[in-house]
Design a protein around this ligand. Structure first.
Ligand code: FAD
Length: 518
């Protein structure tokens, strides 16, 4: 019985550490059994990354399963509701250049192909507007649910924007007070290794040796266990996705009751893009750029000009915080009795906000497949590595699509992005296929695909990609059925615009009255 997995030690108390602790503790009911213990160790002196404000809808289920109150999340994490990403200026950079990637799938998705009916419409409306009711709700600042909708339930599929620092503290409180996770504030200075090469303990400055059976490395960019201790190689994606630096700022609202956007804005710039996220008390704004195509000074000017353009006369709170991103991921994520989750496993760039969801997925798989013994761990590790290697490659493909389809010519950044040698071959192959048919589930085989066919359709058609020849597509589908779906979208827009409050109204209601429990 020596090799049973009893004590899980999580190193790092950022979003990755606490989300993993919460998922594992809730799944294995740590509170009510002595079988499994979870300890989270965090350095009192190494700060968390402090960004990461956009989530995916999966976060609702993750938090609900942990027993989190959604009302508490909204009020204690300065959180707001997010329904989509709006991409501004990515295609041509002209004034009316925008498209949406909403969280709801296209109307009739999987059964009806909307493309022939959509391209037949006069004036060719935006694909996102015919396929989903959400872009028009977002344009009007609407919330995704009503005041009476219970916690975690939705009228329109939604995720959150939240304050990353507050979220970490919120999760720490929940995990330690409700889920039985032990928290040790201590700085790790070294690793104790067993004869077989496993990690047997962590040497801390304050608390001596902390022993465990499974170690989860959530140490962010330092990747202390998987990267530094085990030296697992890093696969750089810089040749494909050039953005490697970020400048992050917080911007106050001009007025206390300024509207709160219910979507992330991703605004393309000459050498990268700017994220703009609306929280109840402030905006989080940041510029992600390629250091090979822009100096830090020029990037900072671009960011400050954006702030002035979008909130004239408003001074940002403090100066921009610079974050170096080494875009890429580890060759393997689970090595011996150590698995990396979060930035220590890899980080590319925050376009499409895929980092927190990957943390949720990693934690879920560790929880679901938690090996009972050390022997079983190697099997689970192999499966984990295979699954997440696939996921990282799919993230690279999908992010690259946004750059590849751009027609911008205003800088080398955009031109270089379209060079064939900078594009994954799988993506080029799929684009060939999609000239004759829309992306479908046949192109994406996993049950939990990070970016399914629906996401590809929003980006492809939002960015002006057109199937060719049209006649072939027409044979594949039924334009009359497509038209009916488009009419349904219009009806839903009219209905929801009547019934849904603004994002700010809903958030203020939640702050005063709370939400009904689910
Ligand atoms: C610019 C930017 C924007 C982003 N935007 C988004 C977004 O919109 N959506 C999204 O999903 N993701 C986003 N991300 C990613 C997201 O921020 C991270 O995935 C998430 O915060 C998880 O970080 P982490 O917990 O892995 O690392 P960190 O937050 O860096 O935490 C590391 C932890 O390790 C601890 N630690 C380090 N060394 C030691 C030691 N020696 N001893 C003990 N403890 C130690 C630290 O104290 C800390 O608690 C963004 C990232 C960046 C850089």
């Amino acid at each position: 019985m020596m090799d049973q997995i009893r004590h899980i030690v999580i190193l790092g108390g950022g979003s990755a550490g606490w989300l993993t602790a919460g998922v594992l503790a809730a799944e294995h009911r740590v509170n009510s059994t002595d079988d499994i213990r979870i300890t989270l160790v965090e350095s009192p002196e190494v700060r968390t990354i402090g960004v990461g404000e956009g989530t995916w809808p999966s976060m609702r289920d993750t938090l609900r399963r942990m027993g989190v109150s959604e009302t508490d999340l909204i009020t204690q994490c300065d959180a707001s509701f997010k329904q989509a990403s709006k991409f501004v200026g990515w295609v041509t950079g002209e004034a009316d250049d925008y498209y949406y990637h909403p969280f709801s799938p296209p109307q009739g998705h999987g059964e009806v192909n909307l493309v022939p009916a959509w391209t037949d419409l006069k004036g060719e409306p935006r694909y996102g507007d015919v396929a989903s009711f959400q872009p028009r709700l977002c344009e009007r600042g609407r919330a995704p649910k009503q005041a009476a909708t219970p916690e975690f339930a939705a009228v329109a599929n939604y995720a959150y924007h939240l304050d990353a620092g507050k979220f970490g503290l919120f999760m720490r409180k929940h995990c330690t007070e409700k889920l039985g996770v032990r928290f040790i504030p201590a700085h790790v200075e070294g690793v104790e290794t067993a004869d077989n090469g496993d990690i047997s303990g962590l040497h801390t400055r304050e608390q001596g040796l902390i022993e465990g059976d499974l170690f989860i490395d959530c140490t962010g960019f330092s990747s202390l266990l998987l990267g530094k201790h085990y030296g697992v190689p890093y696969i750089s994606t810089r040749d494909t996705l050039f953005c490697d630096t970020a400048l992050a700022l917080q911007v106050p609202y001009p007025e206390a009751r300024s509207p709160i956007a219910s979507h992330t804005i991703s605004a393309a710039q000459r050498s990268g893009w700017i994220w703009d996220i609306g929280l109840p008390t402030r905006r989080g704004v940041g510029h992600v750029y390629s250091s090979a195509h822009s100096s830090d000074e020029s990037a900072e000017r671009t960011l400050l000009e954006y702030v002035q353009r979008t909130a004239p006369g408003v001074e940002p709170a403090g100066s921009p915080k610079k974050i170096d991103i080494r875009p890429g991921y580890r060759e393997t994520f689970w090595h011996r009795n150590c698995v990396a989750v979060g930035i220590s496993a890899g980080f590319i760039e925050p376009l499409e906000a895929s980092a927190l969801v990957l943390i949720e997925m990693s934690a879920r798989m560790i929880a679901d497949e938690l090996p009972a013994t050390r022997e079983l761990m190697d099997v689970v590790a192999r499966r984990f590595n295979e699954r997440f290697r696939y996921r990282w490659s799919r993230i690279v493909d999908f992010l690259k699509l946004h750059y590849l389809l751009s027609r911008r010519e205003d800088s080398d950044f955009w031109i270089d992005n379209r060079r064939p040698e900078a594009v994954p071959p799988r993506l080029l192959e799929l684009l060939e296929l999609w000239r004759y048919r829309p992306p479908s589930s046949r192109d994406f085989h996993e049950i939990e695909e990070m970016f399914p066919a629906a996401s590809y359709q929003y980006v492809l058609y939002g960015m002006g990609f057109r199937p060719d020849p049209q006649e072939h597509l027409r044979r594949l589908d039924n334009p009359a059925a497509g038209l009916r779906c488009i009419q349904t979208t219009d009806k839903l827009v009219a209905k929801y615009l009547k019934g849904l409050p603004s994002n700010r109204e809903l958030i203020e209601h939640v702050a005063t009255h709370g939400m009904k429990s689910a």
